[in-house]
Design a protein around this ligand. Structure first.
Ligand code: NAD
Ligand code: MLT
Length: 526
């Protein structure tokens, strides 16, 4: 597995990759988008921080890319939609740098309140300006926190420790949950009107873009100070500049910008604004944390298929994965069988039966079935990430159900498909020792392995048919490895699933298909 690290990675993460056999990490120095695009086809995975923009164009030629790791929180520099369509998993490391970003926010708030950067600069230039840098205390001042997630909550906690009154606005957090943090939940307008300091800690989404726009800045208390250690774009920088010039906003501390670096921004010229170059997560501890987290998540995914912290796929706990692991393979095989037997398909029904499917996430099994079904049909790469999207594109209706009636199996997966040629149902189970078996094909009771090249022959149950199949295949040098037979209760029709050592040529299949005893014959690859 080849991993491309674009914006640097702490040694702790590199070491984790290097400890796994077959994993190789390349960490070139600051590549341009064009350079990344040129080498990306060679890589199975890539890791970025906030510098690299993973755009639609960059991903255009990412034929081997399976996963993009964001060593940090925000994924707004990644075109997640395009990644999903291309079947690329996108994962981040939520919380791994939260402490660093929260402490940086507090540092910015204190630096802003006491003019520390400006005073440092003045002293460096040989001046001793005590009056010029009169500050304000935080004690008993009101802090408004917009976004009470991981970072917002830590910021609130530290501010409460400094005896500030903390107001919080977050439409996805209840007033009761805010109260547990010691925060008074208020509507946004009230937060704007009552706060001496305002700090933003939401992701950048269409809903939060310019949450501090001209209109909302006008609602703030005169003399308010504003901190942004979350994402450029949460504040309308033009409006902020205007309100700083007017003196309505007394000061601002910015770690992030609408355009990074913010060269040419008029904000850089204002005396009452302090800056850091997107340093929120830049602590040794945070960088080691995110590197370890992203590397172990990516190894888990690339080696074992375990998905954690993906933004375009539901996560799975290791213990759930262990429980459903054998069924994941079964689901893919059943999907693969049906995709080849019945095409085009317009409806897919998956039924999970038995105690094996209690208290485990079934979605990965569904996705794996879809993957198995579409894989042999589509030229493009089908995987768990884009399975649903591709199913929808092909207008295949999906129905999933869990049933509890006793059928004698620990876990039975039935995959029913409906297409132009009718309906076909295949059910499989996993016996102890991870022995996977196809146990039903429509009304035929079987116990057939789901492996390798198989010939499915449906025939009228007349003497000599099996002999005919054997002789025909033999005459084309096709060896039979094993065979499973079943008959309808009426004993009129039979089915044979014949495992072949090598592929049967079309001519042999035509001979069988044209024989009056044979209803249908098809070769499938499982
Ligand atoms: P989080 O997902 O834990 O919290 C985000 C919170 O925002 C959630 O509670 C959510 O309910 C809330 N929210 C969403 N929409 C909202 C809205 N319209 N109004 C108010 N609240 C809303 O994320 P986090 O880990 O706390 O990160 C917060 C921000 O900090 C993100 O933008 C992240 O990218 C950024 N970040 C920056 C740095 C840095 O280096 N400066 C480091 C880490 C994280
Ligand atoms: C983040 O979202 O985690 C931050 O922007 C930190 C970073 O990657 O520099």
């Amino acid at each position: 597995m080849k991993i491309l690290v674009c914006d640097g990675l702490h040694d702790a993460g590199v070491a984790l990759f290097q400890a796994v056999e077959g994993f190789a990490v390349d960490m070139p120095d600051q590549l341009s988008a064009e350079e990344i695009k040129a080498i990306l086809p060679d890589y199975d995975a890539m890791i970025v921080r906030s510098r690299t923009r993973v755009s639609d164009d960059l991903l255009a030629n990412s034929r081997n890319l399976k996963v993009i790791g964001r060593a940090g929180t925000g994924v707004d520099n990644i075109d997640v939609q395009t990644a999903s369509t291309r079947g690329i998993l996108v994962m981040n490391t939520p919380g791994a740098n939260a402490m660093a970003a929260a402490e940086h926010t507090i540092a910015l708030m204190l630096g802003l309140a006491r003019h520390i950067p400006q005073a440092t600069q003045s002293l460096r230039e040989g001046r001793w300006e005590k009056k010029r840098f009169m500050g304000t205390e935080l004690y008993q001042q009101t802090l408004g926190v917009i976004g009470l997630g991981k970072i917002g909550a830590i910021v609130a906690d530290r501010a409460i420790g400094m005896k500030m009154d903390v107001l919080g606005y977050d439409p996805y957090i209840s007033p009761e949950a805010a109260a547990i943090l010691g925060v008074e939940w208020v509507p946004l307008e009230e937060l704007l009107a009552r706060s001496d300091f305002i700090t933003v800690h939401t992701p950048l989404t269409p809903e939060t873009r310019h949450v501090l726009n001209r209109e909302n800045l006008a609602r703030t208390k005169p003399g308010v100070r504003i901190i942004n250690c979350a994402r450029g774009g949460l504040i309308d920088e033009t409006a902020l500049h205007e309100y700083l010039l007017k003196g309505h906003v007394a000061g601002a501390a910015l770690d992030v910008f609408e355009k990074e670096p913010p060269q040419g921004s008029p904000l850089l010229e204002l005396e009452n604004v302090i800056f850091t170059p997107h340093l929120g997560a830049s602590s040794y501890q945070a960088q080691a944390n995110v590197a370890r987290a992203i590397a172990s998540q990516m190894v888990d995914y690339l080696q074992y298929g375990i998905i954690r912290n993906a933004v375009n796929f539901p996560s799975m706990r290791r213990r759930d994965y262990e429980k459903i692991r054998p069924f994941l393979i079964l689901a893919e095989k059943l999907g693969r069988l049906q995709g080849q037997l019945c095409s085009p398909i317009n409806r897919l029904e998956i039924e999970y039966n038995g105690p094996a499917f209690e208290d485990v996430p079934l979605e990965p099994l569904t996705q794996t079935t879809i993957k198995g079904m579409l894989d042999p049909i589509l030229a493009e790469k089908v995987n768990l990430v884009n399975a649903h999207l591709l199913l929808k594109e092909r207008q295949i209706e999906l129905i999933t159900a869990t049933t509890s009636e006793k059928r004698g199996y620990t876990g039975l997966i039935t995959v029913r498909v409906r297409g132009q040629t009718g309906e076909l149902s295949a059910a499989g189970t996993v016996f102890p020792g991870d022995e996977m078996r196809l146990v039903w094909l429509n009304d035929y009771r079987l116990e057939s392995e789901l492996e390798g090249i198989n010939l499915l022959v449906n025939n009228w149950d007349k003497p000599g048919t099996i002999g005919l199949i054997g002789t025909t295949l033999g005459s084309y040098n096709v060896n039979i490895a094993n065979m499973h037979l079943a008959r309808t209760p009426e004993k009129d029709k039979a089915i044979a699933i014949i495992r072949l050592d090598n592929e049967a040529p079309q001519e042999a299949l035509n001979i069988l298909q044209n024989h009056p005893n044979i209803i249908f014959v098809q070769q499938v690859w499982l």
